[in-house]
Every structure is written in C-alpha cells, then in structure tokens.
Design a protein around this ligand. Sequence first.
Ligand code: IPM
Ligand code: MN
Length: 369
Amino acid sequence: MATHKLLLLPGDGIGTEVMAEVKRILAWLEKAGVASFAVEEDLVGGAAYDSCGLAISEEAMKRAFAADAILLGAVGGPKWANVPYESRPEAGLLRLRKDLELFANLRPALCYPALAGASSLKPELVEGLDMLIVRELTGGVYFGEPKLIQDLADGQKRGIDTQVYESYEIERIARVAFELARTRRNKVVSAEKHNVMKTGVLWKQVVSEVHGAEYEDVVLEHQLADSCAMQLVRAPKQFDVIVTDNLFGDILSDVAAMLTGSLGMLPSASLGAVEEISGRRRALYEPVHGAAPDIAGKGVANPIAMIGSLAMALRYSFGLAEAADRIEAAIAGTLAAGFRTGDIASPGTTVVGTSGMGDAVIAQLEKAA
Ligand code: IPM
Ligand code: MN
C-alpha cells in the first residue's frame, strides 16, 4: 500500500479543534487498512506568529513543498489584530496558495437532504442543491501590485489595491471549470463585472475563447457577479459550476455555503497544475469557514467541513475515491441519524459537540465497514 505524505496545519481558533477530528479519522482509515499516511504537523497563522514571528516558517514551507497534500484548519483571530500587516495570520495562508501556485480553488456546495430545513432559504429552494464554485486563487486583487496606503501631501491617505489578470490565468481556471462541468451537469456560469472593470472585459473574452476552442459541448453563460449573487439566493439550483475571480469567488462561496445550512459544512480543495512528468499536482485542502474566535475553545465547532476536506484530499490527491465516498456517505449518514452541532441544530435533533460529531462519523464508518 502506498504511503501518502500529508502535512497538517491546524492553525488558529477552531482550526485545531476540527483538525483533531480529522486525525481520528486518519487513524481509523489506517486501522481499517484503507490507506497509510506519513503525517507531519506544523504551525500556520497566529500560532506560527506566536512561535517564530512569521505567519508561516520557512521550515513549514519546506514541508508544504514536500507533502503530497496539505490539510489546513483555519487562520486568524482578534489576538493578532495589531501584528504587522506582513505577518498577520492570513499572510501564512496566502503565501501557501501563492508559492505553491494553487490557482484552482474548488468549493462544492452540497445541501444534504437532512439539512434542507437548516438553510435560511425555503427548503424547496435548496433541497438537492449540488453546485461547485471554481474560484481563481493566486491572482486578482489579492496579490496585484501596487498594494499600499500612501500619505498624501494634504494629510489625506490613499489606499490602493490592484485588480490584475493575465490571459493565461483566466485560460487555466476556465479549463478547470469546463473539465469539471463535463463530469457533472455540463453547465458553467462565468461571473465577472465587465460593465465596470477591464479585468472583467478580459475575463469574459478569454472564457468565451476557451469555450469556443475546446468546450463547445459545455453550456456557458456569463453573469455579472452582483447578479450572480442575487441568483444564488433566488434560485440556487440553476447552478452547476460557477467560475469566477479571487475576490468574487471569496464572496460568492460564503453565500453558497450558507445555502447548505451553515458555513461549517463546506470543504474546499486548492489545486495547482498537473506536473508533466510525475502527473502529481500540489494541493491544499481546507474548510471554507474561518477560525471562528467567538466559539473557539468551547468544543462546539462543526467538524464536517474539515472532514469533508479530508475526503476531497483522498479523492483528488491520493486516488482513493472509494474511501472518499465512504467518508462522504458517513457524513450524510450522521446527519440523517439526527446528529447536529449547534450551527445546524433544529428541533428534534441531537445536539453534539465537535468530538461528538467525530464520534458519530466514525460510528457510521464502522457500521458501513
Ligand atoms: C477564504 C478566506 C480567506 C480568503 C482569508 C482567510 C484570507 O476568507 O479562504 O475564503 O479571503 O481567501
Ligand atoms: Mn472567504
């Protein structure tokens, strides 16, 4: 059996709590003979800053480059509100994304039947929802230069961020979206703001060109990003794959997450290009939710997004699709059995904490084994 090199970066806040449940599931998978892992662990975010004054150490970056896949919990919290901008917790995550060139962020939003009632939308609008946001992750306004605050002569200040995209960046993310659409319901919505942004004009043009040249079998629709946000809460089931830039993808994926009942439900995969000779592709998996300082340390965080991120790692990095299916079925089974963390609780369900949810998922895995 191949041994998979996995780097765990629990990070801050509830990141460490939800990662603890992933460790138990990894141990279960090994014990059940499903897979074998060489697991390393390191610090990122505020935890790394407290230890070495950087949001991620060079040592941890080396480990990240050497790993077959990385699982990250969450970064950030009020404790680090006043650290230098370059060392803020988020800088660790952004460096990982940028240096490892993880340009394709896959954020699937799936509404489990048992949770349709937990959404803030009417159950019939979200029941059976199965969509995928493909977010560009290494370009756009997150990384564009110049990025600074200037002092002006009249005592005013000027803040500058730069939204910039080159055509190759749009081409490669469009391909990821079209390829994935072919494995799903064959429809892509491309979201940008070509009515006010030059990057939007280019985005729309390049996506159309890639479509015309290679993917005419896929249905392509262009939506303005604001209208796309509106459609997401009006009729979310019209969507199959949404492809969009870094900032719009950040926002639209939070909206999509809430449709499924809670931010605590959404996993994500951030993938690099497939390497030509090895066929390998760098990858980092993380829940869409953040460090949630308001509930951190209480043992009540929902670990499902983190566990779902492990399932994505098994599927996309380790070729263990069957094991991924088992974990996803165990999550669905846990919800169907009525177990809920506080964020998705409703009358008549059994409210459990983080480790209680881990117990329930492992019990489902046992039952199916
Ligand atoms: C996300 C997060 C990050 C982002 C933060 C923590 C930098 O919100 O992954 O969606 O903005 O990309
Ligand atoms: Mn976000």
